[in-house]
Design a protein around this ligand. Structure first.
Ligand code: HEC
Ligand code: HEC
Ligand code: HEC
Ligand code: HEC
Ligand code: HEC
Ligand code: HEC
Length: 275
């Protein structure tokens, strides 16, 4: 009786250990496979100067002009996202705004700053500087990037610049408004602390900080178009959806640090990142 019990309990213990071991193995393997899938779908990081540098050629192509090259890095060091994407009404989708010469010459979009006072002018005349935007090649711009990036905090991906740290340390001090004296919006108290995002997925360790984003963006940049305002109301919050220009990927594949930098969102991930 006693012996049989001992055997049984040992068998049970063994079985239990095996089950735990196997389950651990399987979930670990599934996790790895999922990670591998995510990593496969993320494109490798290009040259640092090119990240967030847009080539605009919808209108110029027809007109036979060189395409316009718009570097985010140079502008975001001077202005927060909200200046262009809220105050000046520029869309966060390439080509969507439909910027034309007649509009910017009249002071809209690029013309709000490129007036010969704040920045080089868009106007025609003896001192015309068309080729500063309509670029035949980008060699001079690449050179300027190298000088620009020197001394700014380093990150492995995107522009090779840790913009969040640059903001915090005051290495860049972007202007928050251009012409309108907007009543400064306050971040509601209840959004001050970071919130945990999560799906049913095992790797649900992403924290989202409203405060960090509020320094660059107004509420309307994200609500209601990108995220439902109800917590966990955002459907299909998966990496696959993130990567292809939805949710976090609206900014975090194109201008803000890219998805390759897993650890900056998944703080518990052990440093795996895509080259
Ligand atoms: C501050 C940047 C900037 C400067 C400077 C500039 N442009 Fe443009 N230009 C643009 C942008 C942006 C577009 C739209 C690009 C697109 O979608 O193809 C554009 C488009 C054009 C087009 C296409 C037709 C149309 O109606 O939009 C022409 C022609 C043009 N520019 C001529 C000029 C000339 C001539 C000069 C110099 C006198 C000049 N641009 C200076 C930014 C600039
Ligand atoms: C000086 C103006 C300016 C500032 C500042 C600015 N942007 Fe943009 N952004 C633009 C323009 C212009 C476009 C192109 C819009 C178009 O083609 O209709 C654009 C496009 C984008 C796109 C789409 C890019 C693509 O490849 O499809 C994203 C995402 C974006 N901006 C995010 C940001 C974020 C995030 C910030 C702040 C860190 C920011 N922008 C700051 C002017 C600006
Ligand atoms: C909110 C103000 C603002 C807006 C809007 C803006 N720019 Fe600029 N831009 C600047 C300032 C300031 C500079 C730097 C001063 C200078 O070079 O005269 C600059 C510089 C540039 C440069 C040179 C980049 C470098 O660092 O070498 C390019 C190219 C340029 N802008 C293109 C554009 C185009 C194209 C648009 C519209 C799609 C645009 N900008 C809209 C303010 C603005
Ligand atoms: C800009 C932030 C951000 C970055 C960077 C990021 N993720 Fe995610 N990830 C999320 C969010 C948000 C979710 C969904 C919420 C959750 O499940 O916690 C998520 C979910 C996941 C999941 C759960 C399964 C799924 O698809 O929902 C996996 C696996 C994952 N991420 C892997 C990665 C890997 C690998 C990298 C780097 C190559 C990465 N993530 C980079 C924000 C990010
Ligand atoms: C960069 C994008 C972004 C900006 C900017 C932003 N939010 Fe959010 N907000 C989110 C995300 C992501 C969630 C979570 C959605 C989910 O879980 O489905 C969220 C959730 C919320 C919630 C629900 C919170 C809860 O605990 O239930 C409220 C309320 C909210 N946001 C209000 C605001 C207000 C007010 C502003 C401006 C001060 C703002 N948001 C700016 C992305 C943003
Ligand atoms: C509308 C644009 C936008 C959207 C959408 C957005 N972000 Fe961001 N986020 C930014 C910008 C701009 C920064 C500043 C840092 C940078 O540009 O790299 C930032 C910074 C962050 C940081 C701070 C990193 C640090 O080192 O301090 C985290 C974490 C982050 N975002 C996570 C997320 C997650 C998770 C989501 C989706 C739920 C998201 N973001 C959606 C624009 C955006």
């Amino acid at each position: 009786m006693k012996i049989r019990l001992r055997v049984n309990s040992r068998a049970v213990a063994l079985l239990l250990a095996a089950t735990v071991f196997l389950c651990g193995c399987i979930s670990h393997a599934a996790d790895r496979a999922e990670l591998a899938n995510v990593i496969k779908t993320i494109p490798p990081n290009g040259p640092f100067w090119k990240y967030g540098t847009l080539e605009m050629r919808r209108k110029t192509k027809k007109a036979g002009m060189s395409p316009v090259v718009f570097p985010h890095w140079s502008h975001r060091a001077r202005y927060t996202c909200r200046v262009c994407h809220e105050e000046l009404g520029i869309s966060m989708r390439l080509g969507d705004t439909g910027i034309s010469r007649s509009q910017y010459v009249a002071g809209k979009y690029c013309g709000a700053c490129h007036d010969g006072v704040t920045a080089f002018t868009v106007q025609d005349g003896p001192a015309r500087q068309c080729d500063k935007c309509h670029m035949k090649d980008t060699l001079a711009l690449e050179k300027r990037f190298e000088a620009f990036a020197e001394g700014l905090p380093f990150a492995r991906f995107g522009n090779g610049i840790d913009w969040a740290e640059a903001l915090r340390s005051g290495a860049v001090r972007p202007q928050n408004a251009l012409t309108v004296k907007k009543s400064i919006q306050q971040l509601p108290e209840k959004l001050a602390s970071p919130m945990k995002l999560g799906t049913a997925a095992a790797r649900s360790d992403v924290m989202f900080s409203h405060e960090e984003h509020f320094s660059e963006l107004d509420c309307s940049a994200c609500h209601p178009d990108i995220f439902n305002i109800k917590k966990k109301g955002t459907k299909a919050f998966t990496m696959e959806n993130n990567i292809f220009g939805n949710y976090c990927g609206v900014c975090h594949m194109l201008v803000a640090f890219p998805m390759n930098d897993c650890k900056r969102c998944h703080s518990q991930m052990s440093g795996n990142a895509v080259p």
